[in-house]
Design a protein around this ligand. Structure first.
Ligand SMILES: C[S@@+](CC[C@H](N)C(=O)[O-])C[C@H]1O[C@@H](n2cnc3c(N)ncnc32)[C@H](O)[C@@H]1O
Length: 396
């Protein structure tokens, strides 16, 4: 079927179901992905679209199969390496007894196996609980087999220590590591939190909240804060923020990474955040009550529109507004940075990198002190490090 003739009413019905059951944010890029997946699933099942969409609401097997097709499994070993370093240097040394780490939304397993490698390297007893809503991804995690191109992020030394590979292109996780990873099906939106959360020392829940609508993010993080033991830490993806619930979690900066600690006082305290939030978070999403992230230069109306669109979760409108702002302020590094972050959050990595390059080159043209004052407490060197890191790395 041609997507142009896809009936809107069926797309709306399926989108509502996916919003409720999976947390899916109804933004244009995710909706067009959903549309393609619905068409392909119905065709694979040799079913009419209307009948198939009708069945989704009452048939858990059909829903699961759609989740497997719809979810995005992009991942890598040691993705955001600073967070693994923080785990090794700051979190594990403080743990008494076996460590419990939750890799929530673990995709094909590279994240939980990276965590298990850190446990092994630090000689810390303990296990990693790997959960995901996709049964296909969980199958890959249990299998622990990877092609060479899926080993991105893994040093040759770690690869040789923790994987075996005979034929050159096929690699398998060794048993010693596999034994540390327990694989379970879990939907972060629709299922109760697993019991192990009460014993968890660290939760890695990265690059999944970006697919959820803001109310689902808030509801999930609130439930998590209520169940996690005090002092446990939470690691999120670099493009994710927890603006809505910073009274539940306290951000702590470690090198270029952030970890979030459940506040000890109460799950809903009104204590103000002590330090500044992540630079990236500040640039992408304006705080609800405080002044906008970056102090506004002339041309604030485009920024205002961008702020409103970001708050409403409309990435495309935000990108358009940030793009207009960068066009009007070509010598403002912050303008390009904001555009880059919005593009990155929407998954357009090549365009995001172009914007980061433009930010870096604008930094060379402008007065550093004017940038400094717009960074609200951060240093220009930190901005430079962030931008250089964006050029070196692949997509987050
Ligand atoms: C982009 S991958 C992130 C993988 C890994 N955390 C990382 O950062 O490399 C997103 C994962 O989230 C999972 N996911 C999406 N919605 C979910 C939900 N409602 N509950 C649990 N997992 C979900 C997908 O199946 C996918 O494996």
């Amino acid at each position: 079927m041609n997507l142009a003739s896809f009936p809107n009413v069926l797309l709306d019905r399926a989108a509502e179901l996916m919003h409720r059951e999976l947390g899916l944010r109804p933004d244009p890029s995710l909706l067009s992905r959903l549309q393609r997946c619905l068409r392909d699933e119905a065709a694979a099942r040799r079913e009419g679209l209307e009948r198939y969409v009708g069945r989704l609401a009452v048939d858990p097997e059909a829903r699961q199969s759609l989740y497997d097709r719809l979810t995005v499994q992009e991942t890598a070993f040691f993705r955001h390496p600073g967070q693994f370093q923080a785990l090794a240097e700051r979190v594990l040394p403080g743990i008494d007894g076996p460590a419990v780490i939750w890799s929530a939304a673990c995709s094909n397993g590279q994240e939980p196996y990276s965590l298990a490698m850190v446990l092994d390297e630090q000689a810390v007893p303990g296990s990693v609980i790997a959960t995901d809503v996709s049964t296909r991804a969980l199958g890959r995690t249990s299998e622990g087999s990877y092609r060479s191109r899926e080993l991105t992020g893994l040093s040759p030394a770690r690869r040789d220590r923790y994987l075996t590979g005979d034929s050159g292109d096929d690699w398998e996780i060794r048993k010693v590591l596999r034994d540390r990873v327990k694989v379970q099906h879990h939907n972060l939106i629709a299922d109760p939190l697993p019991d192990h959360v009460e014993r968890c020392h660290a939760v890695f829940c990265r690059n999944v909240l970006i697919y959820f609508s803001p109310e689902h993010v808030t509801a999930f993080l609130t439930r998590l804060a209520q169940k996690l033991p005090p002092g446990a830490c939470l690691f999120l993806g670099y493009a994710e923020t927890i603006w809505q619930v910073t009274d539940l979690f306290e951000p702590i900066r470690i090198g270029d990474a952030f970890e979030y600690h459940r506040r000890r006082d109460s799950p809903r305290s009104s204590v103000r955040r002590p330090g500044p939030p992540p630079l990236e978070a500040r640039a992408v999403r304006p705080p609800p009550r405080a002044p906008l992230v970056v102090r506004r230069p002339p041309g604030a109306s485009a920024l205002e529109q961008a702020g409103q669109a970001t708050t409403a979760g409309d990435h495309q409108a935000a990108i358009g507004a940030f793009r207009r702002h960068a066009y009007l302020e070509p010598d403002q590094p912050i303008a390009h940075l904001q555009l880059g972050l919005a593009l990155e959050a929407a998954g357009d990595w090549p365009s995001a990198q172009r914007a980061y390059r433009a930010a870096r080159s604008a930094l060379g043209r402008c007065d550093a002190s004017s940038v400094q004052s717009a960074l609200g407490g951060y240093r220009v060197e930190e901005l430079i490090r962030l931008l250089d890191g964006k050029q070196d790395g692949g997509p987050p």
